[in-house]
Design a protein around this ligand. Structure first.
Ligand code: ADP
Ligand code: MG
Length: 257
């Protein structure tokens, strides 16, 4: 039986006159890896940022395990949740950014556990133990005391993934996690994501790594100009794209890759 983790319904978002998301709807089920591709500016980052409420959507809704994010229904109306209630919901959603976003003045271990100690009041020794186990999982146990600037981009991104996992989230959203990396460092990060996938982590991954989407993705969504124009099994969509714009985009990707 499939169990919905994220359900987006008719999500709309504009920046001024620019319609960035036009009634975007999709579902992400438990244990699924949903890959998202599309040309630059098509709204991929805005979609992820809207799910995690870094952007406020104009209309539509995002549900986490059936619960509407950011609002509660009362008396037939929707009311915005208090910041603390909204933050509690968001704890279940983790995001990994293209640019790692680690705190430069904190050690690797502190970066991983700051959300636990300061954010959730987990005892330091408990958080530390968990943080070290997660760093071990991403192959960086030996770097726990190092500062981010002394790490390669690939290592920094693996720290960011460990930090996301420390949240014990229901879903991890990845926004082009390997786009800022030198080509030789891409593989080590994709390997960690692949490992999470085989462990059953529910994930949504914006990526231009077509081989990864092909091998690891359970489903592929293609966005263009704020809409989902195509959706299906990755190998199906790649082998037999229906939409002319998908064909063009995939053609470009092949040349680029
Ligand atoms: P993608 O991630 O697919 O490249 P984005 O979601 O980043 O696309 O951006 C979609 C469109 O929204 C682009 O035209 C971008 O310039 C615009 N945009 C994104 N964020 C903002 C913002 N904060 N203010 C104004 N325009 C924005
Ligand atoms: Mg983007």
């Amino acid at each position: 039986m499939t169990q919905s983790v994220i359900r987006a319904v008719d999500v709309c978002k504009s920046f001024g006159d620019l319609e960035v998301l036009r009634k975007v709807s999709f579902e992400l089920n438990l244990g699924e890896v949903l890959c998202l591709i599309g040309p630059s500016g098509s709204g991929k980052s805005t979609l992820l940022r809207s799910i995690i409420e870094l952007e406020t959507i104009d209309s539509g809704g995002v549900y986490l395990e059936g619960e509407l994010l950011g609002y509660r229904a009362q008396g037939g109306k929707l009311h915005r949740l208090s910041p603390s209630r909204a933050a509690k919901q968001r704890q279940h959603l983790a995001m990994v950014f293209q640019s790692f976003n680690l705190f430069p003045h904190m050690t690797v271990l502190d970066n991983v556990i700051i959300g636990l100690t300061v954010g959730r009041g987990v005892a330091p020794e408990v958080a530390k133990k968990r943080g070290l186990a997660l760093l071990d999982r991403v192959g960086l146990a030996a770097k726990s005391g190092a500062y981010p600037r002394t790490l390669s981009g690939g290592q920094q991104q693996r720290v960011a993934i460990a930090r996301a996992m420390a949240q014990d989230p229901r879903v991890i959203l990845f926004d082009e996690p390997t786009s800022a990396l030198d080509p030789e460092l891409v593989g080590e990060v994709l390997e960690v994501i692949r490992d999470l996938a085989s462990d059953g982590m529910t994930m949504m991954v914006v990526t231009h790594e077509m081989q990864f989407a092909h091998d690891v993705g359970d489903r592929l969504i293609v966005m263009d100009q704020g809409s989902i124009i195509e959706e299906g099994a990755p190998r199906e969509v790649m082998a037999n794209p229906v939409h002319e714009r998908t064909k063009r985009f995939l053609g470009m990707m092949q040349i680029a890759g």
